[in-house]
Design a binder for this molecule. Structure first.
Ligand SMILES: [Zn+2]
Length: 544
């Protein structure tokens, strides 16, 4: 298994290298030709001579510490690895390799080479040829192993080219971002550039391979959050036009586009093409006429490239935050299907898909009432929505019925009983104080907390109609597709709200369907379309 040591000493020339990986300045040693090996004695003498030569010819080099330390990134941790720079080459000490990767490193004095052993596999590293033998196969390196004082150093590339194959784990060296990625982490390359200073200033962020992104707008910046473990980012060193700076935020998977003080409306439109997520950023100057960044809201999801739905400062004022409520959770499993599928799992799955769509395409903030499998009371869900000052509340559920044939999706909005009607009339007369959580107790005493929805019945009815229409375009609807019922989770929310029963888990066929990614995506797409339409409705309603 272990490659013979002698070939390194015998520069057997076999013509110009045919191996495309080889640097042109080196000849290929014949590791696979045992017949040509010299005697052990000859080898030892030879290597001694070369070692002496190496020592005497080596400058008293010490190497310098790189300006930015290399970060080792793995599932388990993130820590700096010490390396040195020598003659423009980055080297890592073999003892450091041994510690970080739990491999055995040995100096083979007889051969003058070094070995790294992991389980039953071995790497033989040469000290005079820029290459290593990995379980008998040759890989090239930028330089041979170098001894400095009592330590051996090897080119960093050894990790990726020689250690990774025997280590059974991906080892990815990202020189630009100073990352050494160990294992299967998602570390997309992020490249930013400013295309034109404008105004409007245009910039592009490219993420490769494509990754889900969400954009949030703050007063003086756009934040592009990338769903990844880390970013391998190359961003322009300076800003230009209305962009003060593009930089990786403290949160390591967020890129901040810092706007100049004279910047006006900013929009960021993500689109995915050819496995790359491309975010087009456009910043108008504050003095620009209102029409510059405006575009009409689209009902359909954006196609790749130019047709994407823009973020509008004007629209965001009407629909800034959406709360999605994945029904049930924790001890409360909801409806259970014949194959054991639990409602609580599906509601969370679809909620996550819907959130990704809305955040990525519309840049609207989305809050889930639960991020994982946990019990959340109805009141806590309501309170979260009210305290976040959400503009829209969607509660997701799966249905159940005693008859196994009942099928289809269904939308519900709140029906008011007489008490609710009174509250609505009071609201219309503008006299009703707003119920707030943890706020004025007297307000809560006067007006029942659970009547907050009364102010929004009309908008909620419109929301339900839009949801029904958009769901019908994507999934099978129930015989009673829209219901106007007194639904507890909706009564207390102080914003347009609806509940969606996405399928019947008690119907075997529907249960099977609901488990599929296709169906879950269809549901998310339909509800996303409804959000876009509802935003248009709000805009029209509120336009004087
Ligand atoms: Zn439910």
């Amino acid at each position: 298994m272990i490659a013979p040591k002698s070939p390194y000493r015998h520069r057997i020339m076999i013509g110009a290298p045919k191996h495309s990986q080889l640097e042109p300045d080196y000849w290929l040693p014949r590791l696979d030709a045992p017949a040509s090996y010299g005697t052990v004695r000859g080898t030892a003498a030879c290597s001694l001579a070369i070692l002496l030569l190496l020592f005497t010819s080596l400058p008293q080099a010490q190497g310098t510490t790189p300006a930015i330390p290399l970060m080792l990134l793995s599932r388990e941790d993130r820590r700096p690895v010490s390396t040195i720079m020598l003659n423009g080459q980055e080297l890592i000490a073999l003892d450091e390799v041994a510690t970080r990767f739990q491999v055995t490193v040995r100096e083979d004095t007889l051969a003058g080479g070094l070995t790294i052993t992991h389980r039953d596999q071995t790497i033989v590293i040469s000290d005079d040829q820029p290459m290593a033998s990995v379980s008998g196969r040759v890989v090239t390196l930028p330089s041979p192993a170098i001894r400095l004082g009592s330590r051996w150093f090897v080119p960093l590339e050894l990790l990726q080219r020689a250690l990774a194959p025997i280590y059974d784990v991906r080892i990815d060296l990202r020189q630009a971002s100073r990352l050494l990625v160990v294992g299967d982490l998602r570390v997309p390359r992020v490249t930013g550039r400013i295309d034109s200073t404008g105004p409007p200033t245009r910039a592009i962020l490219e993420i490769s391979p494509a990754a889900p992104v969400s954009v949030t707008t703050e007063a003086d910046r756009l934040l592009v959050h990338v769903d990844a473990d880390a970013l391998d980012a190359t961003l322009p060193p300076d800003g230009a036009g209305l962009i003060e700076q593009m930089r990786q935020s403290d949160q390591s998977t967020t890129v901040a586009v810092v706007l100049a003080s004279r910047a006006g409306a900013a929009r960021a439109v993500p689109a995915e093409t050819d496995g790359i997520t491309r975010i087009t950023i456009e910043i108008a100057s504050a003095a620009a006429p209102a029409g510059v960044a405006a575009a009409s809201p689209a009902d359909a999801p954006p196609a790749a490239g130019e047709a994407a739905t823009p973020l509008l400062t004007r629209s965001r004022a009407l629909l800034q935050t959406i709360v999605i409520d994945p029904g049930h959770g924790g001890d409360d499993v909801g409806v259970r299907g014949g194959r054991g599928t639990e409602e609580k799992t599906l509601t969370l799955n679809v909620a996550r898909r819907l959130r990704a769509l809305i955040e990525m395409r519309l840049g609207i903030r989305v809050i889930l009432t639960r991020e994982d499998d946990r019990t959340v009371s109805l009141d806590a869900r309501t309170a979260l929505a009210n305290n976040s000052k959400a503009d829209l509340f969607l509660s997701l559920h799966m249905n159940g019925a005693p008859a196994p044939t009942v099928a289809g999706a269904q939308v519900s909005h709140l029906r008011l009983d007489r008490e609710g009607e009174d509250a609505r009339r009071a609201a219309e007369s503008d006299a009703m104080p707003l119920p707030v959580l943890g706020g004025a107790v007297r307000t809560v005493d006067l007006i029942r907390w659970d009547l907050a929805q009364a102010r929004h019945v009309e908008a909620s009815a419109m929301l339900a109609r839009i949801l029904e229409k958009d769901l019908r375009a994507h999934v099978i609807m129930s015989d009673r597709p829209r219901q106007n019922i007194p639904l507890r989770v909706l009564t207390g929310v102080d914003m347009p709200a609806a509940s969606i029963e996405m399928a019947y888990l008690t119907n075997a066929e529907q249960e099977q369907l609901a488990l599929s990614e296709t169906y879950q995506n269809s549901l998310a797409q339909a509800m996303y379309n409804a959000v876009v339409s509802f935003r248009a409705y709000l805009e029209e309603r509120d336009t004087p």
